[in-house]
Design a protein around this ligand. Structure first.
Ligand code: URA
Ligand code: CA
Length: 433
């Protein structure tokens, strides 16, 4: 096989075979295919697209380019959840113990990552003593015992995707549905998921700002999952404003615990019930979404979801009493309110800009090696559609520095107050299965 022929074949609109796609991915990974040929290929894909079969082959070839996590010693259907990323997205912290409480095994491998706040692991590390440095044996044992464990990313997962993503980033080919979909799905499959629930965000704070694009991406990922034998469902949810009230690591842990107690923000709870119902159905613990939702609501009402969280925290070295006393979480030195400059109705809370404000406070990582301040962040007092009077607090800034002028400036620019608003964005747009 020659790479030049395969580029030409794709350019001219023909379908590549499984062997051809495997040849490309293997060659790119071992560097026998140079970046310039791979760049030409990805640009051809960008314009021509890929068939459903090609997407499935590409996904599996990337899975096979590196290590794959074997979770076969864990009993039951392992369902993983993936969010395309949002601001103040506390869902994993709620969902993991919530679905575990109804018997769905949650074997979560998580990274730290870059972003407005830390990743799931950073957030959990706000709990004194909690750690994710556990062996694979310990991980498997804990999931079988408690239905839930979180381990830090290890091994060499999907090196082909890592290399390809970096190349796409500098060749204007990130924004291609088949490439994004296979990239995301390859990572989930390599991490051992039998079934996958996707939370595809749309709105100003999301990767896919437009609903049509989010729908296309969701359908592409569901199609790939089902074509490669991993049952997959997707939810398209709103990220035009942050989810819940809290944006920040310890603040989000507190918000998640509140939600497990049945006292959390309505939007966060609802999204967790929608996503959780899909996880429960895919794990075959219920046969309909309605039945699954009932089980989850009962797990919250009975206190079992909160108990599962406490056992999970304790099993990984953390102090479970934080759930009863939030003062045991890292505390910011200063709590500074942001008063509304006028009366009216909140008509926009631009999620990406609010996220950037949290980042300025130190809640997120700008580079791989930067330190996160777990205590800082933002706590919204208002959401889109809420009435506000002049001088009333829109949100509270949790900071370890007294000077928050730049943060305030950013926040005032991202929160709009109008006389009236026509409609509040829905939380869930569509369910794709
Ligand atoms: N996120 C990913 O993991 N891959 C992409 O290609 C785009 C977003
Ligand atoms: Ca939140």
């Amino acid at each position: 096989m020659r790479m030049v022929d395969l580029i030409e074949k794709k350019r001219d609109g023909f379908e590549l075979t499984k062997q051809e796609i495997e040849y490309i991915v293997a060659g790119f990974t071992d560097e026998s295919i140079p970046d310039y040929q791979m760049s030409a290929f990805t640009m051809a894909v960008f314009f021509v697209g890929m068939t459903d079969q090609e997407r499935a082959h590409l996904t599996l070839a990337m899975v096979e380019s590196g290590d794959q996590i074997q979770l076969s010693d864990i009993e039951g259907v392992k369902v993983d959840k993936h969010s395309t990323g949002g601001v103040g997205d506390t869902t994993t912290l709620v969902l993991a113990p919530l679905v575990a409480a109804v018997g769905v095994p949650v074997a979560k491998m998580s990274g730290r990552g870059l972003g407005h706040t830390g990743g799931t692991i950073d957030k959990l590390e706000s709990i004194a003593g909690f750690h994710v440095e556990i062996t694979t044996d310990e991980f498997v044992k804990l999931v079988n015992q408690n239905k839930l464990a979180v381990v830090g990313q290890s091994g060499n997962l999907t090196p082909a995707d890592k290399k390809l993503y970096a190349l796409r980033d500098v060749t204007a080919t990130v924004n291609s549905i088949p490439l994004i979909a296979s990239s995301i799905m390859s990572k989930k499959i390599a991490a051992g998921a039998d079934a996958i629930v996707l939370d595809v965000k749309t709105g100003a704070g999301a990767f896919m700002e437009q609903l049509d694009d989010a729908r296309e991406l969701a359908k592409a990922m569901v199609q790939i999952g089902n074509n490669v034998g991993r049952n997959t469902m997707a939810v398209i949810s709103d990220m035009s404003q942050p989810l819940g009230f809290a944006i920040g690591n310890a603040l989000e842990v507190q918000e998640a615990i509140d939600t497990l107690k049945g006292k959390g923000p309505a939007d966060l709870l609802e999204l967790c019930l929608v996503l959780g119902s899909q996880m429960v159905v895919l794990a075959r613990k219920a046969s309909t979404l309605e039945e699954a939702r009932g089980l989850l609501e009962d797990a919250i009402a009975s206190g079992r979801a909160l108990e599962t969280f406490k056992v999970f925290v304790q099993s990984q070295g953390g102090d479970p009493s934080v759930a009863d006393d939030y003062n045991k979480l890292p505390q910011a030195k200063f709590k500074i309110d942001l008063p509304a400059k006028r009366a009216g109705v909140v008509s926009a809370i631009e999620a990406d800009e609010v996220g950037n404000a949290a980042m300025l406070l130190g809640a997120g990582r700008a580079t791989k090696d930067s330190e996160i301040d777990l205590a800082v962040g933002l706590l919204l007092r208002k959401k889109i559609g809420d009435k506000v009077s002049e001088g009333e607090s829109l949100l509270t800034i949790y900071s370890n520095s007294e000077d928050v002028e730049e943060v305030k400036y950013k926040l005032y620019n991202s929160i709009k107050i109008s006389d009236t608003i026509s409609d509040v964005p829905p939380l869930v747009y569509e369910i794709i299965q």
